[in-house]
Design a protein. Structure first.
Lengths: 213, 213
């Protein structure tokens, strides 16, 4: 009644393609346009959850990032402690059954197209210049990199993350099952997204409930 | 003698992975950081040739783009005429056996992972806001888009091009043969790259040839 038929269909179509099987972790990405670009890629490839670690350190004096892109993506932030935010994020992910894959050039690295999807997978991306923290590297369950054959040896974080998410999400949909959200998760997001789609949603809600009284 | 053993090996390793089977066309990309990012992706994925079309029109008043990234990539520019630069580029590509694939949302579109690689392929990317010109769209041999399942309906040009090049170049190396450069092409590039790698190469050359006299 308050959104167009087209909008309603779009919401349900997006929901049908959303997954929490793959998730994204950003550790100390302090350039807002980079973080925003990664979240846009999450939306495009149907990745629902992003975990944002904000450590305070000498290399990254900026206090935090305000990201406007959480309208369609569920963000979980870790910024309460001075040094243990990455640890808290990793603990949360392991408790929820994720294998943690750090994206980095590393001697044990595997190519992103060889990363196994037999378990829920969290892809961790590090800061623009300093890369991932020692803790993030040492406590990962595995490593991945994008195969490159040129003189350049790295991508911008927004480009690198987009390629990794394209590769894994395409493979997930082709090869795996049970990656969809469950009905409870869909219900919760449908409500949130409808709320985002309706102008003055709070007022509409208020009127609806006062009409019921 | 004038470059390290490591550099020499790197040059030959990059050469072994270079291809002209896939090529990139940029039509009126006037933001230098976007054009540079696409050329960096070309290098990373081993795409040797990039075709740069610079039409002058009301939407893009900037006269042209100076790109510093042509050190490792071979650029061919089309900017001599007022209106027919795209036509000249397409004619060149068709004369050289390329199938031209315009990347755009279009009713006949196919997903980038379904683009056939049974023929040399040129991927065309359009301007940041206005997209590809009518001529570029109407005279393409086919269309491709990146499959997206979220609310966002487009990528930044640098992200979109990187995903397309990752997808096609990965598939090319896995599934196709005869994509490598021929010996003449390798010889020519090896010379150019060595030249780029040696400081004061011209002086070294001059000394070498004067020693031969």
């Amino acid at each position: 009644m308050f959104v167009t038929e087209e909008r309603w269909q779009k919401i349900n179509q997006v929901l049908a393609n959303r997954t929490k099987f793959i998730t994204v972790v950003l550790e100390d990405i302090y350039q807002p346009h980079n973080a925003s670009a990664v979240l846009r890629s999450c939306d495009c490839f149907g990745i629902q959850d992003a975990h944002i670690i904000e450590n305070k350190n000498d290399f990254n004096p900026t206090k935090g990032v305000t990201i406007g892109a959480d309208q369609w993506i569920s963000l979980k932030k870790y910024n309460k402690s001075d040094n243990h935010n990455t640890e808290q994020c990793y603990r949360y992910l392991k408790d929820h059954g994720y294998r943690i894959i750090a994206t980095t050039p590393h001697e044990d690295e595997v190519s992103i197209d060889e990363v196994s999807l037999d378990q829920k997978t969290a892809l961790v991306f590090g800061a623009e210049y300093t890369g991932l923290s020692d803790y993030a590297l040492e406590n990962a369950d595995g490593y991945a990199k994008i195969p490159m054959v040129g003189f350049s040896e790295s991508f911008n974080i927004s480009v690198g993350a987009a390629i990794c998410l394209y590769e894994l999400s395409t493979r997930l949909r082709k090869e795996c099952s049970a990656w969809e959200l469950d009905e409870d998760e869909k219900l919760h997001l449908r409500y949130k997204w409808l709320h985002n789609s309706i102008r003055e949603a709070d007022m509409v809600e208020e009127r609806y409930f006062s009409d019921q009284e």
